[in-house]
Design a protein around this ligand. Structure first.
Ligand code: THU
Length: 170
C-alpha cells in the first residue's frame, strides 16, 4: 500500500471552507460610512513613520459609538520593535473605548517605490489581534481593503480572514 492510498483510507470526511466578499470598482460605490472609513485610513497612511520600508500603511477602525480611530505603521531602527498600522489602530481603539465594540476596519497603503493597485491584506499577527476583538465583542468586524488605487475588497468578518480560529476549542 503506498502512502497516497493509506492517506485516502484514513480520511473520514472532507470539509470545505467558502469565503465570500464584495468587490467594488470605485470608492463612490461604497456606502457613505465605508467611504468615510476608507478615506480616514488613506489620510492616516500619510502620517506613517515608514523610514525603513518606505511602505506607508493606514488603518481606520469604526467604533460602535461612531468614532473613527486611526493608526499607521510605526517603524524603528530595531526592526521588530515597529508595529503594523492595523494593530496601532485596533489597540488605540480598544484603549480609548474599552467598552465599545469594534465594528469595522479599513486598511490601505502606498509605497514610495511602487504602485499599490492591489489591496494590502493584514498580516497574520494583525488578523489574530483583530479576530480576538471580534470574539470579545461578539460582533462581526468588517474589513475594507484597498491599495492606493484599484478595486476595493470588503470582507464581512475577521473569521473569513483567519478561518478555523477557535474552531476546535470546544
Ligand atoms: N505593514 C502594516 O502596517 N500592515 C500590513 O498589513 C503589512 C505591513 C507595515 C509593517 C512595516 O512597517 C511595513 O508595512 C513594511 O512591511
Amino acid at each position: 500500500m503506498n502512502f497516497k492510498s493509506l492517506q485516502k483510507n484514513l480520511v473520514t470526511m472532507q470539509q470545505n471552507i467558502t469565503i465570500s466578499y464584495d468587490v467594488f470598482d470605485r470608492l463612490e460605490d461604497l456606502s457613505s460610512n465605508d467611504q468615510k472609513l476608507l478615506k480616514a485610513a488613506t489620510e492616516a497612511a500619510k502620517g506613517a513613520y515608514a523610514l525603513y520600508s518606505k511602505f506607508h500603511v493606514g488603518a481606520a477602525v469604526l467604533v460602535e459609538n461612531g468614532d473613527i480611530i486611526v493608526g499607521n505603521n510605526q517603524e524603528n531602527l530595531a526592526y521588530p520593535s515597529g508595529l503594523c498600522a492595523e494593530r496601532v489602530a485596533a489597540f488605540s481603539a480598544s484603549a480609548l473605548h474599552p467598552n465599545q465594540k469594534l465594528m469595522a476596519i479599513a486598511i490601505t497603503a502606498f509605497s514610495e517605490d511602487f504602485v499599490t493597485d492591489k489591496p494590502i491584506p493584514p498580516c497574520g499577527a494583525c488578523r489574530q489581534v483583530l479576530i480576538e476583538y471580534e470574539i470579545r465583542d461578539n460582533q462581526p468586524m468588517r474589513c475594507i481593503l484597498r491599495g492606493s488605487t484599484g478595486q476595493i475588497f470588503v470582507f464581512h468578518n475577521m473569521h473569513d480572514l483567519l478561518p478555523l480560529q477557535g474552531k476546535f476549542l470546544g
